[in-house]
Design a protein. Structure first.
Length: 81
């Protein structure tokens, strides 16, 4: 689990908007889409690996995946919500 102070220091690399931990329901919904092959990242590539958690951009449009306690803060890896 990410330390709350680390989350406060992170922001969207594109817009610099703050991010917050996504709730469990959103993570579950995205993992279901990933399992069914329906999830694509911002670059248009299929998301093949489930996420453990996610950081949701303040405007709620994109989620940055967290896998094995490592946030993937790359614009192309963001998942549209």
């Amino acid at each position: 689990m990410l330390h709350p102070e680390l989350i406060n220091d992170l922001c969207c690399p594109e817009t610099k908007q703050p991010v917050k931990m996504a709730d469990a329901a959103l993570v579950s919904t995205l993992n279901a889409k990933i399992a069914s092959g329906q999830a694509r990242n911002r670059a248009g590539q299929p998301v093949a690996e489930k996420i453990d958690a996610g950081l949701l951009r303040e405007d709620g449009k994109f989620l940055y995946p967290i896998r094995r306690d490592i946030p993937v803060m790359l614009v192309d890896e963001a998942i549209p919500v």
